[in-house]
Design a protein around this ligand. Structure first.
Ligand SMILES: *Cc1c(COP(=O)(O)O)cnc(C)c1O
Length: 391
């Protein structure tokens, strides 16, 4: 008999749920740092197992539920979760690489990831080179005999450059290396990198997954062997996700497909509209025909996403006037919230990069990034009309 494969909407609500002896319908919250046993013999037996509930640095029922749901959503064998997106990346590189190994990553990464790779890892003997995300030759040219890991974000932040996941996976596998995709922006609702050949998917669950800007969290999803190796590292080193945060993210996942559909529809409409506004030099949005990788976007992701970037004529002065004239958009560095946000990357999220690194990432002083939330599109457009009038 054919096994019916559940859709992502169903998995987001149902996958991974555990019930206690009380039979609660929605997931209980297990705020406990450790677990107790009826006898000394039972304690000994639990401590001898790798994944028994012993101590919440190792695991906890809320952590198990979140990991199972994320593995189901990404179509991976297994998952681990961590205290933040950055601790997921740190655990990934420290568990899978060693001194003398080499890493190839895309330009235009999330700023903390870029800094970790460029300034911290070399202190431990792990060298990193950066490739031009859109240029497959540049990925190939960066390979060295000791390259063990490729790391890419697609679309990139804030300029929406796409990485061809299947093409880079092919280069990685020809060189016995793994490809990791930071899928925080698309989420599995829009893009499932494992289906395109990636080996591991990484998430900042802080963004779209929580969806209401309340907690930090990170995740890695992939093959059982890789995830086991990372879990062993996490158990000992301790960047554990709190059970409360796991529970909040689990609630966020229930509405993820619905929220993504609504915010992406709104973002597409606003991106199309922005392209025709005075003072707007260029709009970066993968679902627009003007995006240089529009065809790849259509092949690789289901919708354009809820982030839009655009560059204004008039540099920082114009950008700041625009931002200050909005009333609905929250001025913040965060994104993926049900409240729409507006950011000036050059002076905030990417302000610590060197001017050269900013330029390589395509971030000019007139660039603005929007994260579209769940307000009515017409209200957001009215806010943007006011901002354009203020430039
Ligand atoms: C926010 C973010 C991260 C880092 O995640 P934290 O949860 O803030 O540690 C990594 N990658 C991308 C694309 C992000 O947006």
């Amino acid at each position: 008999m054919n096994e019916h494969a559940l859709s992502i909407d169903t998995l987001a609500v149902r996958a991974g749920t555990l019930r206690s002896e009380f039979g609660e319908h929605s997931e209980a919250l297990y705020l406990t740092s450790s677990f107790a046993y009826a006898t000394a013999a039972e304690a000994a037996a639990r401590f001898a197992e790798d994944d028994a509930y012993v101590y919440s640095r190792f695991s906890n029922p809320n952590i198990t539920m979140l990991q199972s749901r994320l593995a189901a959503l990404e179509g991976g064998e297994d998952a681990v979760v961590t205290a933040s997106g950055m601790s997921a990346i740190l655990a990934l590189v420290l568990a899978l690489l060693k001194s003398g190994d080499h890493l190839v990553a895309s330009h235009g990464l999330f700023a903390s990831t870029q800094q970790m790779f460029a300034t911290w890892l070399p202190r431990f003997g792990i060298e990193c080179d950066f490739a031009q995300p859109t240029d497959i030759e540049s990925w190939r040219a960066a390979v060295r005999p000791n390259t063990r890991l490729f790391f890419a974000e697609t679309p990139s932040n804030p300029c929406m450059d796409l990485v061809d996941i299947a093409a880079v996976a092919d280069i990685a596998h020809r060189n016995s290396a793994r490809l990791v995709i930071d899928n925080s922006f698309c989420t599995p609702v829009l893009q499932r990198p494992l289906e395109h050949g990636a080996d591991i998917v990484m998430h900042s669950a802080t963004k779209m997954m929580d969806g209401q800007g309340r907690v930090l969290g990170g995740a890695l999803i992939g093959k059982r062997d890789d995830i086991d190796a990372i879990y062993k590292f996490l158990r000992t080193t301790g960047p554990a996700l709190s059970p409360f945060n796991a529970w909040v993210i689990l609630k966020g996942l229930e509405t993820l497909p619905t929220r993504m559909a609504a915010s992406c529809a709104s973002a597409l409409e606003l991106a199309q509209w922005l392209e025709h506004q005075p003072g707007v030099r260029r709009v970066f949005y993968p679902a627009l025909p003007s995006h240089p990788q529009h065809a790849l976007a259509a092949r690789q992701q289901r919708l354009g996403g809820n982030l839009i970037s655009f560059s204004l004529e008039g540099g920082q002065a114009a950008a700041w006037r625009f931002i200050d004239a909005t009333r609905l958009f929250s001025i913040t560095g965060n994104l993926g919230d049900s409240r729409s946000t507006i950011t000036h990357p050059a002076s905030t999220t990417h302000g610590r990069l060197t001017p050269e690194a900013r330029e390589a990432a395509g971030i000019d002083d007139g660039l603005i990034r929007l994260s579209i939330g769940l307000e009515a599109t017409a209200d957001l457009r009215a806010d943007l009309i006011r901002a354009i009038g203020a430039i």
